[in-house]
Design a protein around this ligand. Sequence first.
Ligand code: FES
Length: 107
Amino acid sequence: MKTFTLGQSKKEAVGMIPNKQIKLLQVGGQRICISRINESFYAFEQHCPHRKASLHQGMITDFEEVVCPLHEYRFHMKSGEVKAGSCGTLETYSIKLTDSGLEIEMP
Ligand code: FES
């Protein structure tokens, strides 16, 4: 497990990810999706486990879910659990907001 930090302060980290949007960012040589609902952050794999659509083009619901843009399967952004649809679990990563930025743990 490796820890990466994005930004250099809480304020900078919050400013990098607009509320209720999904950003595609390079973390540790891998592109991943990072999203935010108020002060809660989520990190998950770029591609949908169903047919590999890019999830950064998806939508976020009020229930901490990402909705895939292609067939509208839904995944919980913390656990990766499939909430609508039939496919494998979404890979998610531990992420937390600290005073020195956004800390993400990658395998
Ligand atoms: S590719 Fe994401 S739901 Fe089919």
